[in-house]
Design a protein around this ligand. Structure first.
Ligand code: FAD
Length: 423
């Protein structure tokens, strides 16, 4: 029987896991399309931004992974879809000097899976796109790291300019974890004997709701809030940003928060081009899928998963959250579904299993709720280990248990042998 051509667009948390699992099946010819040549697990992005992660050590190259996982890899930026002809359109590819390397082209599929992730949602707030950083992708995180390093170097060389003023918008996990990681990174640099003024940085974390971490229990939010303040982060809740300028951020009260650097980490949405594919989408441009992760509306053989999809947990329940754990579960579900011929697919719907929430306050603390444990809130080493296990589960799904174990050993040796900071 001829193999079905399955195209997975997006080699992130969900897409790379799916391509790797499906690649083992004889019935499918799997092609993974990604705009980049390497995969970096997105929940590490705040560490890349703070300079505490060495990307060269943590990235996985798609070419090597395709060979290991028995799938095909095609570099390309999807920007169009012809659902009737069953083709996706990839944009021209240019080199760093703007020369065209590959023209615009179409790829044909029998089944398509969209897994292109999300971007931060600036809700069209004026000035944000021009004056704020975004740490939702490797290029954005790296650009923030370079600017932060330059500003810290200035404070070190010229203490009279005062501490670096960093404003972070969004008190969700990304904003909270970034604030803590940057604070920790600055302490780490001081530990190398760099004689920086104290404080070398002032971080203000701003959140529109009345409390940070709206998606987790009040207990965890309160502990995290207190810990952030303890390490020197100013947390402001109930303040809405109405604009960004070179000099700082404007609040709805008219106040201007002066800053040298700002990061927008509030809200997520699918990339705008997803909303222009002609598929049913919600107001955050996410593709609406049914309980089998099939795209709804008048299209066939298209599934969507991960952050770019809008899925109601059980048909009419709460929406599946934009989290790595959900992306991972959806990839497993689709792997067992797509491996079968369409006529043989069972009618078991996808159900999201919430296994808990974990928040890491860098090297200072971690808090979490693990569903099934008697004591609801965990902290300290238990929470740190549970947080780390999320990443290891992703590595296991992609690289297998043996390689993951080898990476854990090499990570431990690396921590002993190398400096933590990338300066
Ligand atoms: C700083 C940060 C910290 C986080 N921490 C946590 C955490 O602690 N726990 C947790 O559960 N979740 C966390 N998340 C959320 C989590 O990372 C996402 O929910 C998860 O990665 C979603 O997986 P995905 O596969 O849908 O998208 P992604 O992992 O973002 O992958 C999308 C892929 O699509 C590719 N792509 C995008 N556009 C195109 C295109 N046009 N053509 C081709 N390829 C394209 C991208 O290159 C990428 O490889 C965090 C997110 C951030 C930003």
């Amino acid at each position: 029987m001829a193999q079905r051509r399955v195209i997975v667009v997006g080699g992130g948390t969900a897409g790379l896991e799916l391509a790797t699992r499906l690649g083992q099946s004889d019935g499918c010819h799997v092609t993974l399309v990604d705009r980049r040549t390497t995969h970096l697990w997105k929940p590490l992005m705040h560490q890349l931004a703070a300079g505490t992660l060495d990307t060269y050590e943590d990235e996985i190259g798609f070419i090597a992974q395709a060979r290991r996982g028995n799938f095909h890899y095609h570099i390309g930026y999807m920007h169009g879809l012809n659902a009737n002809a069953k083709q996706i359109r990839l944009a021209s590819l240019y080199d760093h000097e703007g020369r065209e390397i590959l023209p615009e082209r179409d790829l044909s599929y029998d089944e398509l899976v969209l897994a292109v992730g999300s971007i931060a949602n600036d809700f069209g707030t004026p000035g944000v796109a021009d004056h704020s950083h975004f740490v939702d992708n490797p290029e954005g995180a790296e650009s923030f790291r370079r600017d932060l390093t330059a500003l810290l170097a200035r404070t070190w060389a010229k203490p009279e300019v005062g501490p670096v003023r960093l404003a972070i918008v969004g008190g969700g996990p990304t904003g909270v974890e970034l604030a803590a990681e940057v604070m920790h990174a600055v302490e780490e640099v001081r530990g190398y004997g760099v004689d920086m003024p104290k404080p070398a940085i002032r971080i203000t974390l701003m959140e529109a709701s009345e409390r940070i971490l709206a998606g987790v229990s009040e207990d965890i939010a309160e502990h995290s809030h207190k810990k952030l303040e303890e390490i020197g982060v100013t947390v402001r809740t109930g303040c809405r940003i109405t604009g960004a300028q070179m000099e700082g951020l404007e609040l709805d009260s008219g106040e201007l928060i002066d800053c040298d650097l700002s990061v927008w980490a509030a809200g997520v949405k699918a990339p705008a081009w997803v909303g222009e594919l002609g598929l049913p989408t919600d107001k955050a441009d996410r593709v609406v899928v049914d309980e089998y992760l099939r795209v709804t509306g008048d299209v066939a053989d298209i599934h969507a998963m991960g952050d770019c999809s809008a899925c109601q947990e059980d048909g009419n329940g709460a929406p599946v959250p934009a989290r790595a754990a959900a992306a991972n579960q959806q990839a497993s579900y689709l792997a067992s579904r797509l491996v079968k011929q369409p006529s043989e697919r069972e009618r078991t719907p996808f159900t999201y299993r919430d296994k808990g929430t974990l928040v890491s306050i860098a090297g200072y603390a971690a808090y979490g709720e693990i569903v099934g444990l008697k004591r609801n809130m965990v902290q300290g080493m238990t929470a740190q280990l549970a947080y780390a296990s999320l990443r290891r589960a992703h590595q296991r799904a992609i690289l297998g248990s043996g390689r993951t174990l080898a990476i854990m050993v090499s990570d431990a040796l690396r921590r002993k042998a190398k400096m933590k900071m990338k300066l």
